[in-house]
Design a protein around this ligand. Structure first.
Ligand code: ADP
Ligand code: MG
Length: 422
């Protein structure tokens, strides 16, 4: 494949497990790896209408839904993504005709990464909906969707995919980095200094905003969708015994590679949280605080168990909506930069729980950096990543990292839908 020096405008669309809306990145990309140049020009978000969000959650909860509902939602979401892309173009003041490629992650409705027995055969599968033909027809832009199946088809877990972008954006010859995205679920990409693609590893550490969002919606009867600026959590009292109990979540101890989602951190899990709150006689705000603290500590626990004993890490780059949660950030800081944590975050910071992986662990401080400081706004990081992957697919190049997904080799990700001829 000849190196392509002409730069293309590429839109990336991301909507994660939070099902809050669509993050859209406008990017300008040229070249080919290892000399790929990608620049984020602008970004915006479009919220899902509450009714659409409710339906996404209903379908994704795996309570029985008629196949017809799934089909209808697939097309309806295609139209919503298409309209969101056009709205974004207007905001970016760029004509859709100038956009060469649109990459859309789609809405995950089901994800079974490791194979399980199904009809007598081990089977893995994943489903992201929002039909590409509908997007291409609405926007006229060549659209790449459905990135994950090609990796699963090669024996991978179809996730995580963002490590490809992390590698291109953040790999450093001298600095060991971990890229952390706090969406609904928290996931990390480990990039040791001077790493090769085969040395990158990545996994979901556990919950990010998914549990706190669910609790806040429960306690406010849907009037509030999330704990803005951790206001509710910060008004709660510490409940260390409850946090300790939450840290016994068996997912945290599972060895990577591992991925998780609403299938695990869904309604049943939240019911157990509410029961634990009653058992510990805590008020709603106290429970939200404990779960926020647990969320941050589950990330620290993963670093302490699976990353820091083996790799020297200097920086933790944080993106996703959770980067805007001051209590999560203060907890991360207190654990990774003990001195700074003690100074700045003392009033809010929870004493470290006594789970075995955290006990007595000490390592050099890890600097925490919002992805904004490296040129990628926290809200745009994953959308940027899917623009990059769409660009690669368009040029028939792979963009999975087999070391991160477990696939037997590189895969060209996604399916391409073309707009009607002009
Ligand atoms: N100002 C804020 N304060 C606290 N939490 C926030 C704030 N802004 C965003 N969030 C959290 O980020 C979540 C959305 O994060 P996002 O990265 O879009 O996740 P996903 O990829 O799962 O959609 C929200 O549901 C909310 O919990
Ligand atoms: Mg989102």
């Amino acid at each position: 494949m000849p190196t392509n020096h002409k730069s293309l405008l590429v839109l990336g669309l991301m909507s994660g497990t939070s099902a809050d809306g669509i993050d859209i990145a406008l990017t300008k990309i040229s070249g080919a790896p290892p000399n790929l140049n990608a620049k984020l020009l602008d970004h915006t978000s479009v919220d899902f209408p509450p009714q659409v969000r409710k339906e996404i959650l209903r379908v994704a909860e795996q309570t029985p839904v008629p196949a017809g509902d799934l089909s209808q939602l697939n097309f309806r979401l295609g139209a919503i993504y298409g309209e969101a892309a056009l709205t974004a173009c207007k905001k970016f003041r760029v004509s859709p005709k100038k956009i060469a490629i649109l990459g859309n992650h789609g809405q995950t409705i089901f994800h079974q990464g490791p194979p399980v027995q199904y009809l007598g055969r081990p089977t893995a599968s994943t489903l992201q909906i929002g039909d590409g033909s509908v997007i291409a027809a609405r926007t006229g832009i060549t659209t790449v969707c459905d990135f994950r199946p090609a990796d699963i088809a090669l024996g991978g877990q179809g996730a995580p995919l963002v490590p490809y972008a992390d590698y291109l954006l953040y790999r450093h010859s001298k600095i060991g980095r971990v890229s952390l995205n706090l969406g609904g679920i928290a996931n990390i990409t480990v990039l040791p200094a001077a790493c090769k693609p085969s040395q990158v590893f990545a996994f979901d550490t556990g919950p990010a905003n998914i549990l706190v969002d669910a609790l806040v919606q429960h306690f406010t009867r849907g009037r509030q969708r999330f704990d803005k600026d951790a206001k509710l959590a910060q008004s709660g009292r510490p409940a260390p015994a409850l946090v300790d109990e939450l840290m016994h979540d068996p997912y945290l101890a599972h060895k990577p590679p591992k991925s998780t989602g609403r299938e695990y951190y869904g309604t049943a899990y939240v019911k157990n949280l509410l029961a634990a709150g009653r058992h510990h006689h805590v008020r709603p705000a106290d429970l939200v605080r404990a779960v926020t603290v647990f969320t941050a500590l589950s990330v620290i626990d993963a670093l302490n168990r699976f990353v820091l004993p083996k790799h020297k890490i200097d920086q933790l780059i944080v993106s996703g909506g959770g980067a805007k949660n001051p209590l999560i950030m203060a907890q991360l800081e207190a654990a990774l930069v003990p001195h700074a944590g003690a100074q700045h975050a003392a009033p809010h910071v929870h004493k470290m729980p006594t789970t075995s992986s955290l006990k007595g662990f000490s390592s050099a401080p890890v600097q925490i950096i919002p992805s904004d400081d490296l040129g990628v706004p926290t809200a745009a990081k994953e959308a940027f990543a899917f623009a990059l992957m769409a660009y690669e697919t368009f040029h028939r190049r792979p963009s999975n990292l087999p070391s991160a997904t477990g696939a037997s080799g590189p895969a060209i990700l996604g399916k391409i839908s073309y707009g009607p001829p002009r």
